[in-house]
Design a protein around this ligand. Structure first.
Ligand code: ATP
Ligand code: MG
Length: 572
């Protein structure tokens, strides 16, 4: 392609809307343009990247035995009512109505539709296993669309669904998908780490996520992994060994209410009372479905809302608003405590049950209790691990190692669904024993657009993007440094034509621009190899091949250029 005939609107400055580097670079390098929050146009270079990723995904899915289909984006609400997700997914579900006022869903995932599709059609165990997939735009009304393509409201996903006759079959189908996923991300030039994850609204027994590990802000997920075994889980799921809190004080002291004027946060209160934060128990009020629940964790811990939600078994969970907190506790936010707290269920993290003579809010403005003791001063309804794991805690698997944290971008995930959807929709088959049974299902997603951006978040420098060759929009970019120079133009176009004939994807920057502008743009858009055709090297009958990733530069004759580029590309 000639640059002059391609729409590559590069920008000199960072767009104001972008927070993370990959988002900035994709906008600046002319890959994407925003239409609305979380909704983007994919420009020619981006579309090429997306098609490359899509092709890799397609090849690996096909060779794993999955079959490509395309399901509708528009779903009748009835299916989502049948599965229960019309209610449980809540506001993230993109809803619409037709002219007859009938409810519709814009698909954000297709368990309901694919289950309905095979219901009554796939009748016998002999037709199993079956794995159907599609690559399609998905819609989710994300609470916080951000970071460009990382968290969009419309984005491209590959979603696959497996159907088996029994658990054994599901395990095999699941394993095949895990293997395919490792191959897909490897081929995209991305090292991924598979971690255990929570099954969430999707339901089912086990789930894994594929993470691209990054050390930048774009890594939205916190991953815990053990320093001595292969345990790895995301923060939602990660367990940790209870660090036994020694009861420094064996005797219960008398409960005391103390004035804590204008001190509210854990840091302020514990500094004021001269106790370490782990001797304070935070009491956080939540609305769990229609009930108000008080969750207690140690002052030095973070609450894990997913674990809390699982412990409570509720469908929706959100922090109680300030008005509710005031109504329930009689005090503004920041002073809630378990003593004399009426009409709420109290769930305490297991660590809280081992505290003695600790600090809590007093349900009164500017007051805290000290020397609070469970059993004497208040009671709880439930104990569970509802805190987030923390770095340095013990590994819950090998019980020996320590947990370390790192950041990751979730590019894919897999769920062992079991019969959740087949049962809800009445999708059964006839087994060899003549019994009717619900399909055992799995579901497997890959964010195509997120994967593309994850590659940029992972591979860039201060000058721009550095694409892995397998998903780069072009393999080589040729730069005649001065298009007014007949000789440079001629040599550049000869190399260009030869490369095209050789099947190398090549872009030629034939714009009448200064060399500096072309160099900057070339670095920005991140094509793996660049060929400089300039007066100086041409004098010696040479052109320069520059490797974007390593900065390596070699001189070759124009006739050698294509062959040399091919050799480089194998390793990029
Ligand atoms: P997340 O935890 O990031 O919200 P998810 O668990 O909701 O992801 P799935 O429903 O399993 O994700 O979707 C499969 C894949 O689709 C994810 O692994 C991710 O790569 C991609 N994906 C999910 N939501 C978005 C989004 N809003 N924008 C872009 N890609 C997304
Ligand atoms: Mg999500």
């Amino acid at each position: 392609m000639k640059w002059s005939e391609t729409y590559i609107p590069t920008l000199r400055d960072d767009p104001a809307e972008a927070e993370i580097i990959s988002h900035k670079l994709l906008v600046r390098a002319g890959y994407i343009r925003k239409l609305a929050a979380g909704v983007y146009n994919y420009l020619p270079l981006m579309q090429k990247v997306l098609l490359k990723i899509t092709q890799i995904v397609r090849e690996e899915m096909n060779s794993a035995g999955a079959q490509e289909i395309l399901m509708p984006v528009l779903h009748p609400a009835e299916l989502w009512l049948q599965s229960g997700r019309w209610h449980t997914v809540g506001k993230e579900l993109m809803r619409s109505k037709d002219r007859h006022d009938r409810d519709l869903v814009l698909g954000g995932t297709h368990e309901e539709v694919v289950t309905y599709l095979i219901k009554g059609e796939v009748k016998s165990y002999r037709q199993l296993p079956l794995n159907l997939y599609q690559i399609q735009n998905k819609f989710r009304d994300e609470i916080r669309p951000r970071f460009g393509l990382m968290r969009g409201r419309e984005f491209i996903m590959k979603d696959a669904y497996s159907f088996d006759k029994d658990e054994e079959g599901l395990k095999i189908s699941y394993r095949k998908m895990l293997d395919a996923y490792f191959k897909i991300f490897n081929r995209c030039g991305l090292d991924t780490r598979m971690v255990e994850s929570d099954t969430g609204a999707m339901g089912g027994k086990a789930a894994h996520e594929f993470m691209v590990m990054v050390d930048t802000e774009g890594g939205e997920n916190i991953i815990f992994h053990c320093d001595s075994c292969d345990y790895a889980a995301n923060i939602e799921k990660a367990g940790s060994l209870e660090t036994e809190t020694p009861m420094e004080e064996s005797k219960e002291k008398p409960l005391e209410k103390v004035a804590t004027p204008r001190v509210k946060t854990v840091e302020e209160v514990t500094a004021f009372l001269k106790v370490p934060p782990r001797k304070l128990a935070k009491t956080l009020l939540y609305k769990a479905d229609d009930k108000i629940v008080a969750a207690m964790i140690r002052g030095d811990r973070q609450i894990n809302e997913i674990k809390l939600k699982n412990a409570l078994g509720c469908i929706s969970l959100e922090m109680a608003d300030a008005a509710t907190v005031e109504k329930i506790t009689g005090a503004p936010v920041g002073f809630a405590g378990p003593v004399n707290l009426k009409k709420v269920t109290i769930v305490a993290d297991e660590e809280v049950t081992r505290l003695r003579n600790f600090v809590t809010g007093a349900n009164q403005n500017d007051f805290h209790f000290v020397n609070v003791n469970l059993g004497r001063d208040f009671n709880i309804e439930q104990t569970a691990q509802i805190r987030c794991a923390q770095e340095g805690e013990g590994c819950p698997r090998c019980l020996k190692g320590k947990l370390l944290t790192s950041r990751g971008i979730e590019v894919g995930n897999t769920f062992m669904l079991g019969t959740k959807y087949s049962q809800a929709l009445g999708a059964n088959f006839l087994d060899a024993d003549g019994q009717e049974k619900p399909f055992i299902m799995g579901s497997y997603g890959i964010g195509i657009t997120r994967t593309a951006q994850a590659a940029v978040e992972k591979f860039h420098d201060e000058a721009g993007i550095i694409w892995p060759a397998s998903i780069a929009p072009f393999s080589v970019e040729i730069l005649p440094l001065n298009v007014a120079d007949e000789k440079q133009n001629q040599v550049a176009f000869e190399i260009y034509e030869k490369m095209k004939a050789d099947g190398i994807e090549v872009l030629i920057d034939n714009r009448d621009e200064r060399a500096g502008v072309k160099f900057n743009d070339a670095d920005l858009i991140g094509i793996p190899l660049r060929i400089n055709v300039g007066a100086k090297s041409l004098k010696e009958g040479k052109v320069e091949i520059c490797v974007r990733k390593t900065g390596e530069v070699i001189s070759v004759t124009p006739a050698q250029a294509a062959e040399k580029c091919k050799q480089f590309l194998v390793n990029l």
